[in-house]
Design a protein around this ligand. Structure first.
Ligand code: FES
Length: 132
């Protein structure tokens, strides 16, 4: 059973150019989750900040398909250097989502195209789908 609390995830429309938040709302070395789209089953994504750069992924672990965070916005390992699935401890590279350790080593998270616009907002570059 998924006991994760998602009440803090922020819901946004799933469309190109959609602002998710200000870059300054994601402390460096941390991540923030968002729900995209309406309805009972919005698509969950998360955005990781590494200095001025952002990287985003669908919030689905390639191991079992469960979300990576058991607490809202808790996507990183202890030192903030890697994305971590809190279900079975898989570790992923921030820049490309490649799994370097854990039960799904060699697999990858599904990337989401985001960028920081001229106003300092993290925006979706294109609408997101959860599959290939
Ligand atoms: S569900 Fe992510 S490591 Fe098992």
């Amino acid at each position: 059973m998924d006991t994760r609390t998602t009440t803090d995830a922020q819901t946004r429309p799933n469309r190109p150019g959609q602002a998710l938040c200000g870059l300054d709302e994601i402390p460096d070395g941390t991540a923030k989750g968002f729900d995209l789209g309406a309805g009972d089953e919005p698509l969950e994504i998360f955005v990781v900040r590494e200095g001025p750069r952002v990287f985003a992924y669908v919030n689905v672990c390639p191991h079992t398909g469960s979300p990576l965070d058991w607490q809202p916005d808790d996507f990183m390992n202890e030192d903030g250097c890697h994305i971590m699935c809190h279900t079975h401890g898989a570790l992923f590279e921030v820049a490309d989502g490649f799994c370097i350790a854990g039960p799904c080593a060699g697999d990858s998270l599904t990337p989401v195209k985001v960028e920081v616009d001229g106003a300092g907002n993290v925006v979706l570059r294109e609408a997101v789908t959860d599959g290939p």
